[in-house]
Design a protein around this ligand. Sequence first.
Ligand code: GLN
Length: 445
Amino acid sequence: TRQVIENAKANDKDINAFVVFDEENAIKQAQEIDKAGIDPDNVLSGIPVAMKDNMLTKGVLTSAGSKMLSNFKPIIDGTAVEKMKAAGTINIGKTNMDEFAMGSSTVTSFHGKTKNPWNLEKVPGGSSGGAAAAVAAGDVLVALGSDTGGSIRQPASFNGVVGMKPTYGRVSRWGLIAFASSFDQIGPLTRTVKDNAVALNAISGKDEHDLTSSDKEVPDFTANIDKGVKGMKIALPKEYFGDGVDQDVKDAIMKAADKYREMGATVEEVSLPNSKYGVAAYYIIAPSEASSNLQRFDGIRYGYRSESAKNLEELYVKSRSEGFGDEVKRRIMIGTYALSAGFFDAYFKKAAEIRTLIINDFKKVFKDYDVILTPTAPTTAFGLDDEKDPVTMYMNDVLTIPVNMAGLPGMSVPAGFSNGLPIGMQLIGKPFDEATLYQAAYAFE
Ligand code: GLN
């Protein structure tokens, strides 16, 4: 464990994947495992892992990449963190992220930018950019991330690692700092498909602290992982190969489709006509939920408090003005506007209707197919200093957002390179059918 932390610290001089290392607890835990002896039946025993900085870790900084929480040390572990610990893994620290998970590049973090280990001039993606970079750099074998509109899958794609966003409700959100509660899910980023399946098994299941967590039975995700794809029906939605997607990315996914055909799967073109409205609807619903969730950061209860306020109202206004970054403020304003009495019907209600259309599109395709195959992101990692206006940045998630809209499981799997940068393919599954995704991903890997 000491060596793992030393190695990660050395890598981090260039990459900045970590917000903070938790050497003390990690070593203590490792010593306890040493004393008790490694459990030979538990493959997770003693394995080094890392947690995204929006997951509560007892006594350890949990800032969600924000100045607002730059002094916040929770008094509890979140459920996923606790389950990873109970499974015997050793958390070596917290990974960098876009502020409050709002972004696709990790450049909005209060703790500075994270760099892509494949090319230090490129972003690692986001918002779980630190988690993906930490896995790609070989710091840890598993990092937990969170995905609201693509934040596990897009950084997995940019870093050439495996990232799973489970079905909504598969993993408890207790102890995950909420961004958009009807989309948020925690999931693992790993080097290999099998590692990912093992990690998801460790964190899945019903939790009395999260009423949206599902009591659906959690199968052993590795049980059928090596059964291949013979007879599997795979759908290629034509809308996910449009003009905005780079040719190299399209080519890599088409090559993957051919490989699946060679392995005995049927691969056919389908249509998901309403997916193109996903980004527009998401940027009403997600900011609306965020504007509500982020009300709790008021400078009173915990987190950053402005020093210069002279009365209560000023305390609220100044703490929030000074504590939140630009992108977070933008989302709070959009959300507050969309939820206000005069505009609710025009924006939020319309967006909710689009969400239903997107769900129905997926349902229709899944009547005939087992898995949907698409690119994860339209491009490979872009430059750290690329000036992107917010809307261009939002379009980065056009291929991942519909999956969150429908609450489906989606994973990104490495599928090739372009100019030395990884390309990811996305596999989308039926609700609670992560096992089939792992099976398809394992056959490809
Ligand atoms: N990039 C998207 C956003 O900015 C999704 C982020 C996420 O999944 N947390 O909202």
